[in-house]
Design a protein around this ligand. Structure first.
Ligand SMILES: Cc1cc2nc3c(=O)[nH]c(=O)nc-3n(C[C@H](O)[C@H](O)[C@H](O)COP(=O)(O)O)c2cc1C
Ligand code: SF4
Length: 520
């Protein structure tokens, strides 16, 4: 009987040599005349262990990692195909603490299945949600989503069911479902992992969305920096269309849903929903005034659902297991689970899906095991480049939309980027303004001009030129950007700046910092 070996085809695993490892395993098994099938799965999200190789023995997957090509002959010599002892052996994958303590709903299949195998997808609960949705009236599908409590995972945390209801109620001969897979936030990779590791879950979620609002066309806008994800997802569309799951009919039902993958234009602002729609229409990524909301006048002026990829890929499990099941996870008004992406200066970076309510401390200290450099922790930025910097004293903040808002932070897309004590928060504040200046679409003055002035003011503070006066000016400028920007790029850039000022004021006082260092 053939022995199954799993080697991830995920871009993170490929970047540390997974392709060569897969080839070496194939070569070694042929040389030893062993009956081995190498399956290319997605990543389990334990990045410090990649390439993570798994061997299936008696229906249980045994993990070995990180595996280099030089380790492959030794693994065969040690009998790893039958669970032989080896220094890289990690035991059953599901028993690895990092994975065992997760609550995987959206990522339940990621890293387990062959991403492009319809049989594998079906065998792991795939299409069960769509089957259930097909038996419901559109209004009931929307109601199911409202009851689930799912809030958009792209950044703003808007209730998904309410958005769908608005699109459903908008009269039109044509409606669209658009998936935002631009994933521009620093330290985030959940969208990419799903596209590469479980692409049918997104297709299933989008088909359910199409049924809910009676849309016949969908687009997935994928950032250009994700060539692997784009390729895998485009293939998944082709396979699902050929199998009759989507296309002229959704699983045989008289409802057409055609899906296309589109490559993004390489700008952070193209992740903002109205800019994304402009870009999809073939124009420059420029913010549109709201109202009208995209739900009323979206793509080509038609009612459009724009949802983040994680939001849409979570839809199938909500239908498969029921909205009550999903809603039972979480705290307060933050229901369900969040796929958290732990990155930056961290020993054990990766994907952690947990119910809302987990604290930053648990993430960084228990899962992450502290900084990669071994130096003391200094700061963490949550929610991408526009998120606030938190100090140690805020590490007990639970991951929850309201709890984060109360400390002037945001959960965003669930990106958590860790910094050690060598980080200079004044430099980080300047970087936030620089980022905004570079990425600004230029449509409104507070952001276009304000960010450039912001870089100048912070530079003067760092150079200790009229520091007190420039600190007042910076605060004033941040207030103006907060209140006067047309979209959240300019409107949220003050978050990292003001949080750095509030929690790390010593970094803005260069003479005092130098004196303190000299005295050490
Ligand atoms: C500057 C900027 C960049 C954004 N980038 C993304 C992105 O990369 N991916 C994403 O899903 N949402 C992004 N958003 C949020 C989208 O505008 C929108 O709220 C989201 O796609 C809606 O989906 P959701 O309700 O499922 O979260 C961005 C917003 C702003 C202001
Ligand atoms: S805030 Fe910046 S990105 Fe947003 S509309 Fe204004 S100029 Fe464009």
């Amino acid at each position: 009987m053939t022995i199954k070996i799993f080697v991830p085809i995920d871009a993170a695993a490929l970047s540390v040599g997974a392709e060569r490892v897969a080839q070496a395993i194939g070569h070694e098994s042929r040389r030893r005349k062993l009956d081995v099938t190498v399956i290319r799965n997605g990543s389990r999200g334990l990045f410090w262990l990649e390439p993570l190789v798994e061997v299936e023995k008696d229906g249980v997957r045994l993990a070995y990692g990180p595996v280099g090509t030089q380790d492959v002959p030794g693994l065969f010599d040690a009998g790893f195909l039958t669970g032989g002892a080896h220094p890289l052996a990690l035991g059953p994958t599901e028993e690895i603490d990092y994975l065992k303590r997760q609550e995987r709903l959206t990522f339940a299949r990621c890293g387990i299945i062959d991403p492009l195998s319809l049989d594998d997808y079906r065998a792991h609960g795939g299409w069960a949600g769509l089957q259930k949705a097909l038996a419901l009236a559109p209004a009931d599908i929307v109601e199911h989503m409202v009851q689930s409590g799912l809030r958009g995972r792209g950044g703003a945390g808007f209730p998904t069911g309410i958005k769908w209801r608005t699109v459903a109620n908008a009269p039109s001969d044509q409606k669209y479902v658009v998936c935002n897979a631009d994933e521009g936030d620093s330290g985030t990779f959940a969208d990419r992992m799903l596209m590469e590791g479980d692409p049918f879950s997104l297709i299933e979620g989008m088909a359910i969305a199409a049924l809910a609002v009676e849309a016949s066309q969908g687009y997935v806008y994928i950032r250009s920096e994700y060539p692997h994800a784009f390729r895998t997802f485009a293939q998944a569309i082709e396979i699902a269309t050929k199998a009759g799951i989507i296309g002229d009919r959704i699983m045989g039902k008289a409802h057409a849903f055609h899906l296309e993958a589109r490559l993004g234009a390489g700008a952070y602002i193209c992740g903002e929903e109205t800019s994304l729609l402009e870009s999809l229409e073939g124009k420059r990524g420029l913010i549109r005034f709201k109202p009208p909301l995209p739900a009323i006048e979206g793509l080509f002026g038609k009612p459009t659902i724009v949802n983040n990829l994680v939001s849409l890929a979570t839809v199938p499990v909500i239908f498969e297991k029921g909205w009550e099941h999903y809603r039972d996870f979480g705290m307060g008004r933050s229901r369900g689970t969040l796929p958290i992406q732990l990155a930056g200066n961290i020993r054990q970076g990766g994907l952690i899906e947990r119910a809302f309510g987990i604290t930053l401390r648990e993430l960084i200290e228990d899962y992450g095991q502290g900084t990669a450099t071994g130096r003391p922790f200094r700061a963490v930025q949550v929610g991408g480049p526009l998120g606030a910097y938190f100090p140690e004293s805020l590490l007990d903040t639970p991951l929850d939309y309201e709890a984060f808002a109360a400390v002037k932070g945001m959960v965003g897309h669930g990106g958590v980027v860790v910094f050690d004590d060598t980080a200079d928060l004044a430099e980080q504040a300047r970087f936030a303004m620089e980022f905004c200046a570079i990425e600004s679409c230029g449509k409104c003055t507070p952001c276009r001009i304000g960010s450039t002035r912001g870089v100048e003011v912070i530079t003067r503070i760092i150079n200790d030129e009229e520091r007190a006066k420039n600190l007042v000016l910076l605060d004033d400028l941040c207030q103006l950007m907060l209140d006067g920007s047309l979209c959240a790029l300019g409107g949220l850039t003050p978050y990292p700046v003001l949080s750095a000022l509030q929690h790390f004021p010593e970094d803005f006082d260069r003479p005092a910092a130098s004196a303190a260092r000299a005295a050490e």
